[in-house]
Design a protein around this ligand. Sequence first.
Ligand code: PMP
Length: 409
Amino acid sequence: MSVTFKQLRKDFPILSQSIDGNRLIYCDNAATTHKPQSVIDAVVECYTRYNSNIYRGIHTFAEKATQRYEDAREKVAHFINAHPQEIIFTSGTTDGINFVAQAWAKRHIGVGDNIVITELEHHANLLPWQRVAQETGATLRFIPVLPDGTLDVSHLDTIITESTKLVSVVHVSNAVGTHNDIGLIIKKARVVGARVLIDAAQSIAHQKIDVKKLDGDFLVFSGHKIMAPTGVGVLFIKKELHNDVEPYRVGGGMVQNAIMYDATWLNAPHKFEAGTPPIAQVIGLGAAIDYIKNNINFDDLCTYEASLCSQLIDGLSLIDRVKILGPIEELKKRGHLVSFLVEPYHSHDVAAFLNLRGIAVRAGHHCAQPFAAKLGYDASVRVSFFFYNTPEEVDFIIKAIQELVDLID
Ligand code: PMP
């Protein structure tokens, strides 16, 4: 790469902000990422130069907005190695999983069947399946986690069985950063003919995603985790399933022909996008993907983020009272986040203390409450990186945690 990650910081206007006189150190990237100027400009340009609803209008702005919207679909498709027809714009990961639950699972899963997820899931990939199980009479099964936050795959054959209809699994955990061996899980699912959904919310911005290599049937992510605006997400549905998935919502924009008592649908992706979509946000997502393409090499990014994780883990390991969660050695090799406890403080207090120094981190169960309960904590502190974070920032965080611990020792 011709420019270093540090040089890219200048593209993010928010990073020059201060919090109560302290320079912002933003390490809450697993919750949401910041937007480069080019993404902000793309959204502003949409609203200031050609704002219009798409498809319906035969006028210059409508055509331009439609073109930009469909360009973004092509960019997303190319980015994850899919066909544009396989790209459905949603409002985010949560919306995408609920979409599959309602529009596919409820029609293909019933009494006697089971749905397999893991004990590591974000609530977005737990609650929709609890609901499908309750409403259809199917059973929910879990691939268990080990104390280090990795999956115990030693009994997969008894969990994924002939009656498994869907395996829905998080690619990278937002709670402790585990990279799941989804290749192995998908292989088992294929043997029994189960469909597979991949929650790529935490992997999409940090590693190359290739839907053909992964070989899932559905894949979901949120735009805001990859520098795009909030309010837009992507649901990939493999083409061969398009006839098995009903529209999640029905209404304008997806109809081929409507009569008083019935209607027929357009082909995918329009069949799945009823109503006015988040046009400016989708265009912003297209700009975010352009930004990645122009500036980021995923191998370099992975090495860089892992080096920040290593530095943080090594520094925190020297501080008594800090307990690091998750698969430490793996995080040092390919992580982008580190979760930990600082005993005896509650994690919310640790985050509040860091905030006094301008450091933005997240504390809580990270919407993975059953997982936290299983590992025996109610809330952890999570420091999550992106390419615009620096080793100097990591030093600052370690120093702040040491100061906090020194207050009691
Ligand atoms: N799954 C994972 C792994 C996540 O990290 C998140 C966001 N924290 C979600 C699902 C839900 O994403 P969203 O709130 O954008 O729908």
